[in-house]
Ligand binder design. Structure first.
Ligand SMILES: Nc1ncnc2c1ncn2[C@@H]1O[C@H](COP(=O)(O)OP(=O)(O)OP(=O)(O)O)[C@@H](O)[C@H]1O
Length: 280
């Protein structure tokens, strides 16, 4: 399955007079089975782009095609995993993974087989009858992944799925995700802030500019897996990506301080104006 992103732009209304441009003129293709990471400074429109691919947001201009078909809504061919696992707290692991299959009307035995397969793939078989409150953060994300995989999407859309986890759990999940990716052959689009994470996982890294997000650079990570970040070639690539990312982070910081300056001046002026006349 191939994903084609053609001339996507999206803005959001902030107030009656002002729209914010989140992403602008994005053209991108993702090949079948490719592992693509999207990297960029905070607020550059990464989630907006992912949500448009998922069919959860609609672009102002441009279109997304999946296997030649224009995306108009969310569909089972595109499974999304968010930063927050968002499990149903009153359902067990098994029931959470089976939930969407049940909603589709799949019979009990069939959905149990599918759930068992993916619960095993994420190494949670001993916890299949536990409730979410009995699981660690990493285990919850594994359930979210199994639940998405159970729908058998051809492309997985992952929005910073491991960013709230500790480093050790994250490393374990990187390994498991790569095994799942290799076993299933699904394409993955993975959003992250983290250069190291993108170097461990990606076939290709897309670096976005500060808002409005555009594609600044692309980096092909042509190294065998598992990757060792102490490899000198990967260290060089890491430095290069961090250099270009830093340029964008600085743009965000400048914009923020300009905004704060303007608002401090406005508030000082309005305080002065309100005080005019007191004591006369
Ligand atoms: N529904 C919305 N309504 C209004 N503004 C929005 C909406 N969604 C996103 N934005 C704005 O669009 C811009 C891009 O947001 P987005 O969440 O896509 O960025 P991001 O790169 O994923 O951010 P982060 O890395 O911090 O998660 C931000 O300025 C955000 O405030």
């Amino acid at each position: 399955m191939k994903v084609e992103i053609e001339g996507i732009s999206k803005s959001f209304k902030q107030n009656v007079n002002f729209r914010i441009s989140a992403i602008k003129s994005i053209d991108l293709q993702i090949s079948e089975g490719e592992f693509l990471c999207i990297l960029g400074p905070s607020g550059c429109g990464k989630s907006t782009l992912l949500n448009i691919i998922a069919g959860l947001e609609f672009p102002d201009t441009g279109q997304v095609k999946v296997d030649g078909k224009v995306v108009r809504e969310a569909g089972p061919d595109r499974g999304v995993v968010f930063q927050d696992a968002a499990l149903f707290p009153w359902l067990t692991v098994q029931e959470n993974v089976e939930f969407s299959l049940k909603m589709m009307g799949m019979e009990k035995q069939k959905r149990k087989e599918i759930a068992d397969k993916y619960i095993q793939m994420v190494h949670l078989t001993p916890f299949a009858h536990c409730y979410p409150h009995e699981l660690s953060g990493g285990m919850k994300q594994r359930v979210a992944l199994a639940r998405t995989l159970a729908m058998d999407p051809t492309i997985l859309l992952m929005d910073e799925p491991f960013s709230a986890l500790d480093a050790q759990t994250r490393t374990m999940l990187h390994k498991e995700l790569q095994e799942i990716w290799q076993k299933t052959g699904k394409a993955i689009i993975f959003i992250t802030h983290n250069v190291e994470e993108s170097l461990i996982l990606a076939d290709r890294i897309i670096l976005m500019t500060a808002r409005p997000g555009q594609i600044k650079r692309q980096f092909v990570v042509n190294h065998s897996r598992p990757r060792d970040l102490t490899n000198p070639k990967l260290i060089m690539l890491q430095r290069k990506i961090k250099f270009f990312l830093q340029e964008e982070i600085e743009k965000v910081a400048k914009e923020q301080s300009a905004y704060e300056r303007t608002h401090t001046q406005v508030s000082v002026l309005s305080t002065a104006h309100n005080n005019m006349g007191t004591g006369l």
